[in-house]
Design a protein around this ligand. Structure first.
Ligand code: AMP
Length: 224
């Protein structure tokens, strides 16, 4: 395990999955396990909205409607977070970016001459994902994701996410279904795609993700 952490210190990973696939949870676990920065575009945008910053005011209407925030805004946030991680000698696991081939191309320009080591497709059927979203809640205080009405960490009353309402869920699912095929193909053509079954308990899925990373990171980081 220590060996893997050492090899993965500068790894660049992408997690691709529809909303409700559990990618936030899995990216968090992976980041902790491999000491990577977890860069979640959805979380960065939601916290900007909560803070009322310029970024938040520009993005709020898109986020609440479940519509994509314009590429130049999202790419700007991701680029800044990657630079921050690199300055600290850390790798990243990207959660929610890229969502389209255009964004993948943009990411590839940002990273050049380096590239993504591994893109993990967290595969969960649409019906399962919708059911999970309908049950998910978030703690307004410590941001823990849970299905319970009380935060398991700080006991605060939890809330539904502002964008977890039927029309916005439907829009995000349809956008993802349209964009996912070409995006997965883009990474498959570059030989860095691994599909992981996302159905199961968080611990079971984390084990599968860890195995996929183990196989790929050993090969790609060693050959740099
Ligand atoms: P998520 O937490 O991944 O479900 O993202 C929540 C919302 O943030 C999305 O519905 C979009 O409005 C916005 N967002 C997150 N990532 C992206 C992205 N890569 N491109 C465009 N919009 C994004």
């Amino acid at each position: 395990m220590t060996d893997l952490v050492e090899r993965s210190l500068a790894a660049r990973l992408v997690m691709i999955g529809r909303q409700g696939s559990g990618k936030g949870e899995q990216c968090g676990r992976l980041a902790q396990r491999l000491q990577l920065d977890h860069v979640s575009t959805g979380e960065l945008l939601r916290s900007a909205v909560r803070a009322g910053s310029t970024l938040g005011r520009t993005s709020e209407a898109y986020v609440v409607r479940g519509e994509p925030v314009p590429d130049h805004i999202v790419a700007g946030i991701v680029s800044a977070r990657i630079a921050e991680a690199q300055a600290g000698g850390r790798g990243v696991v990207l959660d929610g970016f890229p969502r389209t081939v255009r964004q993948a191309e943009r990411l590839s320009e940002m990273l050049a001459p380096a590239s993504i080591d591994l893109a993990i497709h967290l595969d969960v059927p649409r019906a399962t994902a919708v059911e999970r979203i309908q049950n998910r809640r978030e703690c307004p205080s410590c941001r823990t994701a849970t299905s319970s009405v009380e935060c398991p960490i700080c006991r605060t009353h939890t809330e539904r996410r502002a964008d977890d309402w039927p029309a916005a869920i439907g829009r995000r699912m349809s956008d993802f279904a349209r964009e996912m095929g070409p995006l997965l193909e883009w990474y498959a053509e570059r030989g860095v795609l691994e599909t992981v079954d996302g159905v199961g308990t968080p611990a079971q899925v984390a084990e599968r993700v860890a195995n996929a990373v183990d196989r790929r990171i050993c090969a790609s980081v060693r050959s740099r």
